[in-house]
Design a protein around this ligand. Structure first.
Ligand code: 5GP
Length: 210
């Protein structure tokens, strides 16, 4: 298998983190790239599992050193994907699933052109609003920032190769899983396809010659 990065983007509250978690639990051939951020941890978030929570100075230093495959300011905080994280997961022979925003996705695709880009779309504006408000860990100001970001994120859908409607979680997870399977079978991703086809042809030609 030739592992590749899978980028999931959605407006905040679109459900992509839940989809990523479910895929990680379902498939042994998928791993997660833990992002860095300068935002403070929420209750229940664990450093090294959910994010690497970094002081701004350290984030900027590492950015200067070129450690990030992409980075962006989201809701007023810095976020970034470490090249080392991506290489670690790919090196384990696993597809690397990433939950990154649309600015980051565009940069990341330049760094890793073999990436698959999937947009997770909420079923309606009403549902998205409910999910954004239901988070309850956000202040009013922070919710407003998220609404503005959600509008910008929705403009980016045309950049994505796949769109998955998240009206039913099980179905959305199955769709993303199916996309990963299909992408893994793309001819250009298959390593030995030319050799395998040549062998089959040679076998048939030998048969013809007898
Ligand atoms: P949250 O702070 O709610 O976990 O995530 C906020 C937003 O930041 C989400 O849209 C999420 O996709 C995005 N995000 C998380 N990690 C990264 C990252 O490494 N790079 C970029 N560009 N965005 C990220």
């Amino acid at each position: 298998m030739n592992p590749f990065p899978v980028i999931l983007s959605a407006p905040s509250g679109g459900g992509k983190t839940t989809i990523a978690r479910r895929l990680l639990a379902l498939r042994t051939d998928v791993g997660y790239s833990v992002s860095c951020t300068t935002r403070p941890p929420r209750p229940n978030e664990v450093h090294g599992r959910d994010y690497y929570f970094l002081p701004t100075a350290e984030f900027l230093e590492r950015q200067q050193r070129g450690e990030f495959a992409e980075s962006a300011v989201v809701h007023g905080h810095l976020y970034g994907t470490l090249r080392s994280e991506v290489r670690r997961v790919l090196g384990e022979g696993k597809h690397v699933i990433m939950d990154i925003d649309v600015q980051g996705a565009a940069q990341f695709r330049t760094a890793f052109p073999e990436s698959v880009l999937i947009y997770v779309l909420p079923p309606s504006g009403e549902v998205l609003l409910e999910r954004l408000k239901g988070r309850n860990t956000e202040s009013r100001e922070s919710l407003k920032q998220r609404l503005i970001s959600a509008l910008a994120e929705l403009q980016a859908v045309p950049m994505y190769q796949y769109v998955v409607l998240n009206d039913d979680l099980d179905r959305a997870v199955a769709s993303v899983s199916g996309i990963i399977d299909a992408e893994g079978l793309r001819r250009e991703r298959l390593q030995n396809v030319e050799r395998d086809v040549r062998r089959i042809i040679e076998r048939l030609e030998r048969e013809l010659d007898t």
